[in-house]
Write a protein that binds this ligand. Sequence first.
Ligand code: GLU
Length: 382
Amino acid sequence: MYNKFISQLEGSSSVELMLKAEQMRKAGKKVISLAGGEPDFDTPRRIVSKAIESLNNGETHYAVGKGILPLREKIAEKLQKENGILCTSENIIVTPGGKYGVYLAVASLLNVGDEAIVFTPAWVSYCPIIRACGGVPVVSHLQYEDNYKIKEENVIPYITPKTKALIINYPNNPTGKILSEEEAELLRDIAEKYNLYIVSDEIYEKVVFDGKKNISIGSYRSIADKVITVNGFSKCAAMTGWRIGYTAASKEVTDVMYNLYVHTITGISPFVQRASLEVFQCEEEIEEMRTIYESRRNYFTDALDELNGVECRRPEGAFYAWVRFNNARDSKEACRNLLDQHGIIGVDGQSYGEIEHPCVRFSFASNMEVLKEAIEQLKMGQ
Ligand code: GLU
């Protein structure tokens, strides 16, 4: 029979709904898709030009190794300067998107039967990735009423002798929460005491609002060797289609990850890597996109919150509105109503492990006209 871990995995709701929206559009149906977490902006021009230049220069061969040296050096420099993570190019692996970075980390840490704690609501792929690797996801559900704050009671009781790692994701997809200092210190102390690894997915790092900054847990020296930071350029530089991300970890963990990498990825496309070097020159463009996300957030989440029977808090980061539809029995029903009555596609909260409240995730990485249309549609049903 097929691999028992992989053959039983559930699908990815976000990917399936993105496909559904595409198919509906192709079939001529009008749909407002707020499902996929994908910037609507085009990749900054200078990045695109660099890729073309690189292709024209004949950079069309394998780029073997952990990633081209200048890119790994730039990433390490950025992590030191912006995130306080001590590292050099030796600690970096360039991956085909952040998602593969998470997989690489989890596959390299877990033995069959090892447990990894996932805090829900959580992105749809963490638990499947853990299962694919033969691990056991242990879900610790955070409370809506607490604004999904991580407290000691959300971690300690979930630790067993089999616990190997915690997976965290801040700014959070789907709740938009960023990690507070209090939570970061709690996780640090626990990881230290129980000798646990932390996989920290920081892909939405640059999409933060109200002047806030996300804390990188890998910056704490006492646990630096136990943290694998995953990041990439998809969200910050609108490069989802390029498939490029990276991991930063201790030399020891990086070597283990490279064992798997070298047999599954024969390097990342050289022209994609060369173009990604330009991301570090795009501070202005990145800030411009962030500012636009912030004004969309202000409009969209406030407008949602004003609707009858709807609750929506302002997210601190990422580009998702996490919306509670109080008149629906559960999030699946809320999503069905949204599509049937308003032609709007969102992702049901159950896909993220929120089963207590009828929450739906809407992406506001769509232009203002689309967001306004969604609000008008929703108002019609009031
Ligand atoms: N991460 C994005 C999302 O949550 C893209 C789709 C996916 O990989 O899940 O919508």
